[in-house]
Design a protein around this ligand. Structure first.
Ligand SMILES: [Zn+2]
Length: 404
């Protein structure tokens, strides 16, 4: 009897934890501060009742690195879906998943940051309609749509701040416009924040206390995750690593300042700087040659790694992270980038702030931001539901569990 009552006590916290993401039994035990066997028997009861089920990992590539098993427990599929749209810096991805973030279908095409908001949204709407139609999914079963953009998103309005590389999008109410086109609720956030969210919930940063997610691509982004929550700052501007000035005489940045990190080390800027040895080289080719150790490309990538590493060293002094994950196309250059970053970080930060920092590529690869858009859609849709029904997130889960 005592045993049954103690499991009943665990019921709501387990369901609550699984609303965030599918999890392993060990993670649930850790989150609830109970023994592995106590958690396992409570989970077994919920499985028997048909409330939760075991599933294969939705992001399997991540588990080996993070030392997590492939089998997870998840809320039983509730016949609802999420759509995510990642306006990446080189590619544009759209995906549909279930509420446990298992991808059902996805589309990908090249993306040009010079595209107007109107054209980009028309393209996004077309992809969404294609995914809905070709998978035979009813529109009313789609909970929400999440969008990731390469620029800071203002907390109060959900709109892009000036200073984004999507210059023509500033001032456009992107979520409202897309929502009108497709007839679904739409939420938007910065892509580096979404990458950090996804790595923290589904990828290589599960269980990390303070994690910095650095996105190195056509632009530079930073997501800060503290105790599993994304730190956005007072107005949504936190994490502007892109505009840390590294050389006052450097090239002019699109933000109007000179020598910003983004202006110096975006993959496009690095390719252009190879004029002397590799004229008109494409970024992908430059990264391939750098990974092979070709002197010119390897040198510019290593220099870029040093610049980022110095900025990260300062961040280590401020935040004392336990983990730094690196995402974005620049990671394709491999160890030449990461080694230069580590070396510069060690030189810049006080040793106690960096000695325990683990720095490695993200576990979700170039899908981190896409998974983040799905997590954002689910999280905001739940918050909107709870706001409408007047329940807190926790009580809402309990009430769902006993609903007739
Ligand atoms: Zn700038």
């Amino acid at each position: 009897m005592t045993k049954a009552r103690s499991h009943h006590r665990l019921r709501a916290p387990i369901l609550d934890a699984l609303e965030d993401a599918p999890r392993s039994r060990a993670e649930i035990a850790r989150l609830l501060s109970v023994s592995r066997s106590t958690a396992s028997s409570a989970i077994a009861e919920l499985i028997e009742e048909g409330v939760i089920e075991t599933i294969d990992d939705p992001a399997p590539a991540s588990r080996k690195q993070a030392g997590r098993p492939g089998e997870l427990v998840a809320l039983k599929e509730r016949r609802a879906y999420l759509i995510g749209i990642d306006f990446g810096r080189l590619s544009f991805k759209t995906a549909i998943s279930d509420l446990n973030y298992r991808l059902i279908d996805e589309l990908e095409c090249a993306f040009d940051v010079g595209l107007s908001a109107e054209d980009a949204l028309a393209l996004a709407a077309e992809h969404v309609e294609t995914l809905i139609a070709r998978n035979g999914i009813h529109r009313h079963l789609i909970e929400a749509v999440g969008i990731g953009v390469p620029g800071p998103v203002e907390a109060a309005t959900g709109m892009l701040h000036p200073g984004s590389i999507l210059a023509s999008w500033v001032g456009a109410d992107v979520p409202a416009r897309l929502s009108r086109l497709i007839g679904l609720p739409v939420y938007m956030d910065n892509d580096a924040n979404l990458g950090a969210l996804a790595e923290g919930r589904l990828g290589g940063a599960v269980g990390s206390k303070v994690m910095l997610y650095v996105l190195l691509s056509v632009g530079v982004g930073l997501g800060i995750s503290i105790e599993g929550q994304i730190f956005r700052g007072a107005y949504g501007m936190a994490g502007q690593l892109a505009h840390v000035v590294t050389d006052e005489n450097g090239s002019l940045c699109h933000c109007g300042s000179r020598g910003c990190l983004e202006a110096q080390i975006s993959v496009n800027a690095l390719s252009r700087s190879l004029e002397a040895t590799h004229r008109d080289i494409a970024p992908a080719e430059m990264l391939r040659l750098a990974a092979e150790g070709n002197p010119g490309p390897a040198r510019v990538v290593a220099d870029a790694g040093s610049m980022v590493g110095r900025a990260l060293g300062a961040l280590c002094n401020y935040f004392n992270p336990d983990l730094i994950l690196v995402g974005g196309e620049l990671t394709r250059a491999g160890p030449v980038l990461l080694n230069a970053m580590k070396e510069a970080m060690r030189r810049t930060a006080i040793s106690r702030a960096v000695e325990h920092v683990d720095i490695r590529p993200g576990a979700l690869g170039d899908r981190a931001e896409l998974f983040g858009t799905l997590l954002l859609a689910h999280e905001r849709a739940r918050a909107a539901f709870h706001a409408r029904s007047g329940f807190s997130a926790t009580s809402g889960v309990q009430i769902e569990g006993v609903a007739s």
